[in-house]
Design a protein around this ligand. Sequence first.
Ligand code: COA
Length: 177
Amino acid sequence: MSDIYIETPRLLLRQWQESDAEPFIKLNADPAVMEYFESIRSRSESLAQINRISTSIAQRGFGFFAIERKDSGEFIGFTGLTMAPFESWFTPCIEIGWRLSKEHWGHGFATEAAAACLKFGFEKLEAKKIYSFTSIYNKRSEQVMIRLCMRREGEFDHPNVQKGHLLVRHVLYSAVP
Ligand SMILES: CC(C)(COP(=O)(O)OP(=O)(O)OC[C@H]1O[C@@H](n2cnc3c(N)ncnc32)[C@H](O)[C@@H]1OP(=O)(O)O)[C@@H](O)C(=O)NCCC(=O)NCCS
């Protein structure tokens, strides 16, 4: 078993392990999961992403943790904290993000994992504010922010999305301890 960083009633949030690769490649290649990203991810892009994320967790002690269901042992996606990878008026900042495989939507897993990550960010990392953002059309993701009682700060154009692209406009939410 890899390092466990957070435990919730139904989930383990842990360092990534080899067996996560195939389900993550599948999740990242699912057009439904990637609907609000510019494209689905190839096998090699997903493997490179796991490499980046797990290195960041090992070096910093936080990152996008792999989520494992306690009842079945299945890998279901990720939730966690990272440094937002772009410049804007609210960066540098800690961002909270989530991505689950479609068959695990609708069970409250993202909110359960994210609530525990916010607590981890405030208590262990002593973050003063944690942000989350998503395309204005990604209502499922925005609903997670609302369920977490995050505050809507407004909207912004994501600098890493091409100007004029349908997905450029993002909602911005924040949470404080
Ligand atoms: C965003 C995403 C994680 C949200 O997943 P989700 O399943 O809708 O969110 P939750 O895990 O919090 O589950 C909430 C749902 O589970 C239901 N639920 C069922 N059992 C529950 C329980 N025991 N506790 C809480 N909620 C429960 C809730 O009623 C809610 O249902 P609803 O969507 O019909 O209102 C998911 O859609 C996803 O991975 N999307 C693709 C990636 C993505 O866009 N990420 C964000 C990019 S910035």
